[in-house]
Ligand binder design. Structure first.
Ligand code: NAD
Length: 443
């Protein structure tokens, strides 16, 4: 059997500056027994063709060369028009392909006999963490969004004592405490801001606090009566240790959460924790909303991060909330590309409303292409390792071949099309929803 050939085309989507595989990964792939073909210029200026060649890849002048030769195409964005036609039966594609948002594209690829793996569908489990491109990119987006917000603000973020007097630290409120939100909290904290955070998931409170943010919680307000110092004294911070500390320092903030076994003593029942199991009550969420409406008025920066793949972003900051903010404040909306968490966000634009600037950056990882490509490429390498098995009969050489065991959770969930079928339930549902409207259009 011939060696599996990985193909790396140059991204063609507007504003996409990343590449799916960087030279460092090519060298590892070659060592593992893969072959690699790269389109000239795929790595942009920061990963020149010569580096790919040195790592063992062959360079072809145009994308067709990659699609003709490769068995597995690793790219960043979903295939654009003009790329889809280049695929052939039996090929495998790995990329960000938001199935429910682009169901017809998945159907077309499935129809052409392409096996499709979507990065958005990688399960968020600890086993899959090394392949979780959504987390790597989320972390970059959170970092960049925090820096953009700081850069847009006409103030210092830290408290500064100068000969001309002291400036106050900026107050920052981060909505959404998942991968991107945690990174935004960490960066703002390092910049010296006074950081506040909010999420609808109870377990995020401790995670936000472990990174130095105060969690906006209507339950705490009743005890607080405006005295912050008391609340801080009562809170015992969770400090990740050992491996968890190391992973947290690398930016994998899910490790900032205390491991479950720290709560459970062997042989004992799991402690009852209604908040964790069932989430917060509607009534508490309503009180939190009221409190957020009050607290937002003090903020210099609001960063919103509830960008849920495949779904229109929920509105967390409405026009009234923006109008209550001080002139000169900034809203940085990381969810801009899915409609935005702020009602006034314009994707890709900065708009000003009553003196408040609302920034709606799109494709933030592309604003940091070097590390974004490097991390994505490592995720892709780990995923490929999971999808293949060494079939070499010679112990001195390696020959990884695709081995798609759909009993495996990662393969089952990540593979959205195979054998001519769309395998991904949400994508199939999106297709079914479209069908009646297409029929009525035809009539
Ligand atoms: P996401 O981008 O899907 O969502 C961002 C955050 O916004 C979430 O925390 C969500 O609860 C929050 N949110 C939604 N509506 C909100 C509202 N009205 N107000 C405030 N906040 C709101 O998040 P993600 O980074 O993709 O992570 C998704 C999940 O996967 C999280 O539970 C995360 O902890 C988990 N995760 C696990 C791993 C792992 O264990 N390997 C890795 C990454 C993420």
């Amino acid at each position: 059997m011939r060696h599996v050939k990985i193909g790396v085309p140059k991204e063609v989507a507007d504003g996409e500056t990343r590449v799916g595989v960087v030279p460092e990964t090519v060298a590892r792939m070659i060592k593992d027994g893969f072959e690699v073909v790269v389109e000239s210029g795929a790595g942009r200026d920061y990963n020149p063709d010569a580096d790919y060649e040195e790592a063992g890849a062959s360079i072809v002048e145009d994308a067709s060369g990659v699609y003709d030769e490769a068995d597995v195409i690793v790219k960043v964005s979903r295939p654009e028009e003009g790329e889809v036609e280049k695929f052939r039966e039996g090929q495998t594609l790995i990329c960000f392909l938001n199935g429910p948002q682009y169901p017809e594209l998945v159907e077309k690829l499935a129809g052409a006999g392409v096996t499709v793996f979507s990065n958005e569908s990688i399960p968020r489990t600890s086993v899959a963490q090394s392949m979780d491109a959504l987390s790597s990119m989320g972390s970059i987006a959170g970092y960049k969004c925090a820096l953009i917000a700081a850069d847009t603000l006409g103030k210092y973020v830290p408290m500064l004592s100068t000969a001309a007097g002291t400036t106050k630290a900026a107050k920052v409120l981060v909505f959404g405490v998942a991968v991107a939100g945690l990174q935004a909290i960490a960066i703002m904290n390092r910049l010296g801001a006074e950081v506040f955070a909010y999420d609808v998931r109870p377990e995020t409170k401790e995670q936000a606090q472990s990174l130095g943010a105060s969690f906006v919680d209507s339950d705490d307000e009743e005890d607080d009566e405006g005295d912050d110092s008391e609340a801080e004294d009562e809170y015992v911070e969770y400090e990740p240790k050992g491996f968890n500390k190391f992973m947290t320092s690398l930016g994998f903030y899910s490790y900032a959460k205390p491991p479950e076994d720290e709560y459970i003593i062997e042989g004992e029942e799991e402690p009852e924790d209604e908040e964790e199991d069932e989430g917060w009550s509607k009534e508490k969420l309503g009180r939190d909303q009221e409190l957020l409406r009050e607290r937002i008025q003090e903020m210099d920066i609001v960063i919103t991060t509830a960008l849920i793949p495949g779904r229109t972003a929920p509105v967390l900051v409405d026009t009234e909330m923006v109008e209550s903010m001080k002139p000169g404040s900034v809203v940085a909306d990381l969810a801009a590309e899915n409609g935005g968490n702020c009602e006034l966000t314009e994707p890709g634009e900065t708009v000003e409303h009553e003196g408040v600037r609302i920034v709606g950056p799109v494709n933030l990882p592309s604003a940091m292409p070097i590390h974004a490509s490097q991390l994505l490429s490592r995720n892709m390498y780990n995923l490929l390792g999971h999808l293949t098995e060494d079939q070499s009969e010679d112990k001195d050489s390696k020959d990884p071949q695709l081995n798609l065991d759909f009993e495996d959770e990662i393969i089952d969930k990540t593979c959205i099309a195979h054998g001519g079928e769309v395998r991904h339930e949400p994508t199939r549902e999106a297709l079914e929803k479209q069908e009646p409207s297409q029929e009525s259009e035809a009539n």
